[in-house]
Design a protein around this ligand. Structure first.
Ligand code: HAM
Length: 432
């Protein structure tokens, strides 16, 4: 039998993990600048945590959960997203208490699981970098979140991005809009795709998201949710827009952008990329919005009931970076390579390699008893700055050859000297 990874998953191999680490480090540096703190929640949750927050009739809950009953008969699901777990944790750990930062500003990295149809940039295990701010009703929080996301893309060198925003108003506004949308779509029901017919019953706002060509035409003339915002919601959206304007952020407004999770209200936004890696499709690489009310749903206090956040798809960012030809800065893999010739040098080679590591340098050696030339080749490939060469004769004479791999200068040094003052010998050869 040939074993293969499950459909929709990826093995992230060393060449790729370098890029992941670069993206993660860039993100952590920026998050620190914005005073966000990492929070790590479990990879699985009681299913109610997700259904309650994300919504019973959403695609995620109805079709995409990796859920199961565990040996203790608990209904568990792998987390499909990070907002519900974070809010659950916020309430459970009373992060609204006076000893904690208020608003709470948390971030997370990690795998999420959704049983989705595989396509370019869509996987069943994917990774998100998510950011959540809990406890601030200030529209400046929305603007700051969007600025942070844009800052992150800028730092990575990603330029093919477009910011789209919308407002969903309050729950009541949405309810009124939902009815208006049903009234508009109902007479056209027969012309809708099967998917949209179903959604019209269960979750009519999602018809606005349909990718079907005929649906798109019908949706063109649908009423706009922005006409259903009450005065306060309208003013809030105006404030978010004017803050973005004040900071010189370019955006588009799309009144049809409703997002696929039920907890949203007021501001929602997406950052899209049309990078060629997505095969002609415009893909969302970052998405989020406001979710006032979710904290109380989880039993948290009304005083801390406002939320705003977003999540970025890591795989999609990497596809975008590749498509835009962004190179990550590369550094040599090792400082020192130890070349040992003959089995009798095995112990000394290991000792010398450890010596370099003890001096805070990265080091590698040969383990395959290869010939001198092959070992030099490995040293070059790893970008070693210095090679330490030891063969039978050197061992007998208790010396080692120290070579500057850039200039070719080589010197013989006694083993006792090198063990006594490795740092000086290393620095000296580098200057020659
Ligand atoms: P979401 O729109 O479901 O929102 O996902 C956010 C991002 O995760 C997407 O824009 C995309 O980049 C990535 N993503 C989602 N599904 C997949 C997939 N199957 N394969 C690859 N990438 C994917 C949320 O998850 C919300 N929790 C975001 C949020 C945080 N809202 C407020 N706070």
């Amino acid at each position: 039998m040939k074993y293969q990874k499950p459909k929709g998953t990826n093995d992230i191999l060393p060449k790729e993990t370098k890029k992941w680490q670069f993206v993660e480090t860039t993100a952590r540096n920026i998050l620190e600048k914005y005073d966000f703190h990492e929070i790590r929640t479990p990879m699985f949750e009681h299913i109610e945590v997700i259904t309650r927050a994300v919504g019973e009739s959403t695609d995620i809950v109805t079709k995409e959960m990796y859920d199961f009953t565990d040996k203790g008969n608990r209904h568990i699901t792998l987390r499909p997203e990070g907002t519900a777990p974070l809010v659950r944790s916020y309430v459970e750990n009373k992060l609204f208490g006076p000893e904690h930062q208020n608003p709470f500003k948390g971030y997370y990295f990690g795998p999420m699981f959704r049983y989705e149809r595989q396509q370019a940039g869509r996987y069943r295990q994917f990774h998100q970098l998510g950011v959540e701010v809990i406890g601030s009703q200030n529209p400046a929080t929305d603007a700051e979140g969007i600025l942070l996301a844009l800052d992150f893309f800028k730092s990575l060198g990603v330029t093919h991005t477009k910011l789209v925003i919308n407002s969903l108003g309050t729950r009541e506004n949405r309810k009124a809009y939902r009815q208006a949308l049903i009234d508009y779509l109902e007479p056209l029901k027969q012309e809708l795709s099967d998917d949209s017919k179903r959604r019209l019953e269960s979750n009519p706002l999602r018809v606005l998201d349909s990718k079907d060509k005929k649906d798109k035409v019908i949706v063109e003339n649908a009423p706009s949710i922005l006409d259903y915002l009450d005065e306060e919601s309208g003013a809030f959206f105006e404030e978010v827009k004017s803050l973005l304007d004040a900071l010189g952020v370019a955006y588009e407004i799309d009144h049809r952008m409703v997002r696929g999770l039920d907890y949203y209200n007021h501001t929602v936004f997406e950052i899209m990329s049309d990078a060629p890696g997505f095969k002609g499709a415009i893909t969302t690489i970052c998405a989020g919005g406001r979710y006032d009310g979710l904290v109380a749903e989880f039993g948290g206090p009304d005083t801390h009931n406002a939320g705003f956040g977003f999540a970025l798809g890591m795989e999609r960012i990497l596809i975008t970076m590749d498509a835009e030809g962004i190179e990550i800065p590369s550094k040599p893999e090792v400082d020192v390579y130890v070349i040992g010739i003959g089995e009798e040098t095995n112990v000394q080679s290991l000792k010398l390699t450890q010596l370099a590591r003890d001096n805070n340098l990265s080091a590698e050696r040969d383990f395959l008893n290869r010939k001198l030339k092959a070992q030099f080749k490995s040293a070059d490939k790893l970008g070693a700055k210095v090679a330490l060469i030891i063969g039978g004769t050197e061992l007998e004479n208790q010396v080692v050859r120290v070579k500057n791999m850039t200039t070719g200068t080589e010197e013989e040094v006694s083993l006792s000297d090198i063990y006594q003052d490795f740092a000086t010998i290393y620095e000296t050869i580098l200057s020659k």
